[in-house]
Design a protein around this ligand. Sequence first.
Ligand SMILES: O=C[C@H](O)COP(=O)(O)O
Length: 332
Amino acid sequence: MQQTTTAPPLHNDQLPQVHLPRNAGMDLDMDLVARVQANTSAIERRAATLPGRRTVKKAYQAAWLAKAVTCIDLTTLSGDDTPGRVRRLCAKARQPVRADILDALGLPAITTGAVCVYHEMIETAVEALEGTGIPVAAVSTGFPAGLSPFHLRVAEIEESVKAGAAEIDIVISRRHVLTGDWQALYDEMRTFRAACGEAHVKAILATGELGTLRNVARASLICMMAGADFIKTSTGKESVNATLPVSLTMLRAIRQYEALTGFKVGYKPAGGISKAKDALVYLSLMKEELGNRWLQPDLFRFGASSLLGDIERQLEHHVTGAYSAGYRHGIG
Ligand SMILES: O=C[C@H](O)COP(=O)(O)O
C-alpha cells in the first residue's frame, strides 16, 4: 500500500455535507451473494499490522484529529438521557474544539458530522442545532435488538423522519443473517429504506452478533443492494463492537459495491472507539482501502460518545505541550 507523507489540508469545503444522491439500491443478486468470500486469516493478519502502518506523521496529527472531529456522530444513547443533556451535547457538536486551540493550530472552525440520539430526543436536538447545518441522526427500528413488531419498527422510522431526523440508523434482524435468509434481510432493508424517504439510512449490522466475517460481508452487500447509504458496524451495545477485521471486511464490500454500481456507500464504525489514536488508525484505514473521498463526513462517520473528549485533550496538548491536570490524573 502506498505510503503518504503529507496529510490533506482541512478546508471549510470538507465540512459536513450530507446531501449526496441516495444509494438507489439494486435487485438482490443471489449469485453475487453466493460468491462472497472472506479470507479470515488474511484479513486478521492485515488488521493486526495496521496500527504500525499508520500514514499519519506527528506534524500533521492535529489536522487529522480535527478531520476526525468533523466525522463524529456525537452520540448519546442512554436510558437516562434528558433534554438538558442533549442540549449540552448539541452545544459540543456546534463547537467541539475551543476556538483558541483551533486558531493556534491554524485550523478553521469545525463542527461534528452529526448528533445521534434516540427518537424522544430528536426535537430537542433539531431545535438546538437550528441554523448550523448539523444533521440529527436517530437510532431506530427497535434499537438496539431490533426485535419489536415489524410494523412498529417501520412506523418508528416514519415518526423519526417526521420529527426532523435527517439520518436514520436502523438495526437489521440478526436472525436473517444467522439463518441465511438473505431474501428476508433484503426485503427488510428495502422496506426500511422506503420508510426513510429523503432521510439517509445507515444499516447497523451488529457485527459482533453475526458469527463470521463471511456473514458480515454478505450482510454488508445485501444492505447496500437494498439501498443503505451507510453500513455501520454496531449499536455500541453488543459485547463486541467495531474491530479492524470487521472494518476491513465491510470496506472491501463497499469497494466491491462501488465497482458494481458506481454508488459510493458510507462507512460508520461504532462502539468502543474512544481514543484519538484509534481515530487516526480508522482514518488511515479509510484512506488506504477506499481513498481520500471516503475521508469526508458524507461517507465516513465515527459513532462515538466519548471519542471527542480524548481528541480535545490531544489537540490541547499539541498547543500547550501539556495535558490538563484532570487528564494527568485520569479524570479529564
Ligand atoms: O452508535 C454509536 C455508539 O452507540 C456509540 O458507542 P460508544 O458509547 O461506545 O462510543
